[in-house]
Design a protein around this ligand. Structure first.
Ligand code: AHG
Ligand code: MN
Ligand code: MN
Length: 335
């Protein structure tokens, strides 16, 4: 029987033989994985733990927080603040950045996360997840502020997510392709289950919240209309549609079997660039998708090249199988 490779061993090899990551980053990723394990345990308790339902508090995004949004945020902060690898953290659930308290040593990394993605699915027992992204602070930066975080996605040094579904799976990139690790609950560790993940260039599957159709911009409408015409239309093939309403779960499906995911700008709130957040959702997912051979744009530009101007900035997202993303981007540019 071939030997199982744990996440720890995978990271040690990325550090030692491939020189992809420094030791401090390896330790940081181990801590993030440990926090995800603990969130996974909380998720699994469901109604037996005090994790379901609303906390009745509004977050900085103007959304009502669920109890699990708050629990997951606390787990990530508590796990990460004392290890000495981080300078600061930022979360979708916190208005301002969280500095490492003075009583702990400060490291050189910046960690960003969406502690609980797909909150509307918690109470109905559908897959949810945690998304994270790691940046390095600028060398000349002594006192950390929000500005240190405003780096384009191309500067990420690690990114990933953990999906809490029928299995708990951690998906990671450090710029050396995408690897997937399944949580072995008996051993309590993440085990490498897939390396060199590749997104097929073509697909017959798209993911979008169709109830927003009347609010879409013309290029998105054109693309989806053509998919719906199936064999009888210009695409000459039938398409299937999936929408889980957890970006983590939708992206996980695309990394597994291809597809295209869209949460485009729409006319409901025209002043907002989109619904999803650039720093906590779009950047980490775009890097994973690109590392797996897919593409990610906001309809016009590559997401990873966007210069953020605010921590909680929103963005229009189109990502997945390369040829489909290029087609949708072309429709936008033609317009
Ligand atoms: P979050 O739970 O972190 O606020 O994110 C939810 C996001 C994303 O995961 C998902 O794709 C989308 O919102 C679902 O939106 P709709 O409810 O409009 O379908
Ligand atoms: Mn989210
Ligand atoms: Mn969230």
């Amino acid at each position: 029987m071939s030997q199982k490779v744990s996440l720890s061993r995978y990271l040690v090899e990325e550090q030692r033989s491939k020189g992809m990551i420094p030791a401090q980053l390896r330790l940081l990723l181990e801590v993030v994985a440990r926090a995800c394990k603990s969130i996974s345990h909380a998720v699994n308790k469901g109604a037996l733990g005090d994790i379901m339902g609303s906390a009745d508090i509004e977050n900085v995004q103007g959304e009502i927080q669920k109890k699990l949004d708050i629990i997951a945020n606390e787990v990530l902060i508590e796990a990460n603040e004392w290890g000495g690898h981080l300078a600061a953290m930022a979360s979708e659930e916190m208005e301002t950045i969280h500095l490492v308290p003075n009583r702990y040593p400060q490291g050189e990394y910046l960690l960003m996360f969406d502690p609980l993605d797909g909150s509307s699915n918690i109470d109905v027992n559908v897959s949810i997840g945690t998304i994270f992204s790691v940046l390095k602070k600028a060398e000349d930066s002594d006192s950390i502020s929000e500005k240190d975080f405003l780096q384009p996605g191309l500067q990420q040094v690690a990114a990933g997510y953990c999906v809490y579904g029928p299995q708990t799976t951690l998906v990671l990139t450090v710029g050396d392709g995408v690897a997937m690790f399944t949580l072995d609950r008996e051993q309590g560790s993440f085990v490498l289950t897939q390396e060199n993940v590749k997104v097929p260039e073509d697909t017959k599957e798209f993911a979008i919240n169709m109830s927003n159709m009347r609010h879409w911009d013309a290029p998105v409408k054109r693309y989806v209309d053509e998919c719906l015409q199936g064999k009888d239309g210009v695409r000459g093939k039938d398409f299937n549609m999936r929408w889980i309403a957890s970006m983590v779960a939708d992206v996980h499906r695309i990394l597994t079997r291809g597809g295209v995911f869209m949460y485009p700008w729409d006319k409901r709130e025209p002043h907002k660039a989109g619904k999803l957040r650039l720093m906590y959702e779009a950047n980490p997912m775009s890097w994973l998708i690109e590392q797996a051979g897919g593409a990610a744009t906001n309809g016009r530009q590559r997401i990873l090249e966007l210069q953020p101007s605010q921590l909680h900035e929103r963005v229009s997202v189109i990502l997945g199988s390369k040829n489909e993303v290029e087609r949708i981007t072309r429709y936008h540019l033609e317009k």
